[in-house]
Write a protein that binds this ligand. Structure first.
Ligand code: 48F
Length: 259
């Protein structure tokens, strides 16, 4: 027999749990926009360092392109040394040739999401980046709205977004490079656009070029390829995981310098 609960008790339990956290999210150390593999890795790295971190994701699910890998095959490919990250998360791997592994995408994705939750990362799902906070030559947070608002006609939903302040913002929106694009629109950064596919070169360069491209804004994952004109990568994910980890390390260094 289930413990008896009234309908209003269920609603108030959810509201009491969510809204105080939303209040907390208005000021954090780092806001990460995009909950794909690179954003999740960055979040976990930062939370493990004790930082207050919020991932903003426009969909109602986390994981981005990590759920399906390539085509429709539900598998991801990963090359050494990044496979060790999945090994540490307890994802079963199959070595198909020396240094190249495959894993079930749902297994890899769910274990990474779970590791983020365990380390204290917070999430705002169905939340769309609309703009950035820009003060005194520095990105100081993001401006977000509820995602469905984007799809409603203006006359139906004339709804202002809300600002979330943070010391650092990480753009992990993948090929869209949504945050960097907001700065490009104002002539503050330039996006080269992605090149044609070249897997190994892309993986190496995406990790190498993961960096702070404007004071307060770090890019990781495929956003790095968009910003620096790197080759696109295809269905291999080690570069995403290591770039996210690197973004987390860079953000930690910036936070240390600021404190
Ligand atoms: O696309 P995504 O998985 O980016 P990533 O971490 O990884 C790229 C790979 O999946 C793959 C590849 C290499 O292996 O080529 O494509 O760089 O995750 C990006 C996340 O950002 C969200 C989007 O829904 C996805 O979950 N996102 C994009 N734009 C916005 C956003 C936005 N404006 N506001 C909030 N979330």
């Amino acid at each position: 027999m289930f413990h008896p609960v009234s309908e209003s008790e269920v609603s108030s339990a959810l509201i009491q749990s969510f809204y105080p956290e939303l209040l907390e999210d208005t000021q954090s150390d780092v806001v990460i926009v995009g909950g794909g593999p690179s954003g999740l890795m960055a979040g976990r790295e930062l939370a493990q360092e004790g930082c207050k971190v919020v991932i903003v994701e426009r969909n109602n699910y986390l994981g981005g392109g990590f759920w399906v890998g390539g085509y429709f095959m539900n598998r991801i490919a990963i090359s050494a040394p990044a496979h060790k990250i999945l090994q540490d998360l307890g994802v079963p791997l199959k070595e198909v040739r020396p240094g190249l592994y495959t894993a079930l995408a749902p297994s890899a994705c769910s274990k990474l999401i779970s590791a983020c939750c365990d380390s204290g990362v917070k999430f705002l799902s169905l939340t769309l980046l609309e703009d950035v906070i820009l003060k005194e030559g520095r990105v100081g947070g993001v401006v977000v709205n509820w995602s469905p608002i984007e799809y409603l006609p203006r006359e139906v939903a004339c709804l202002d977004p809300i600002p979330l302040e943070s010391k650092v913002v990480i753009d992990a929106t993948g090929h869209d490079a949504c945050v960097a694009e907001k700065l490009e629109q104002r002539g503050l950064v330039h996006l080269e656009g992605e090149g044609a596919l070249w897997i190994t070169r892309s993986e190496d360069l995406v990790v190498e070029k993961t960096s702070e491209i404007y004071p307060g804004l770090i890019v990781c994952g495929m956003t790095v390829a968009q910003v620096f004109g790197l080759p696109r990568m295809g269905p291999i994910f080690g570069g995403m995981l290591l770039s996210g980890k690197r973004a987390g390390e860079i953000a930690t260094e910036i936070l240390r310098e600021k404190s």
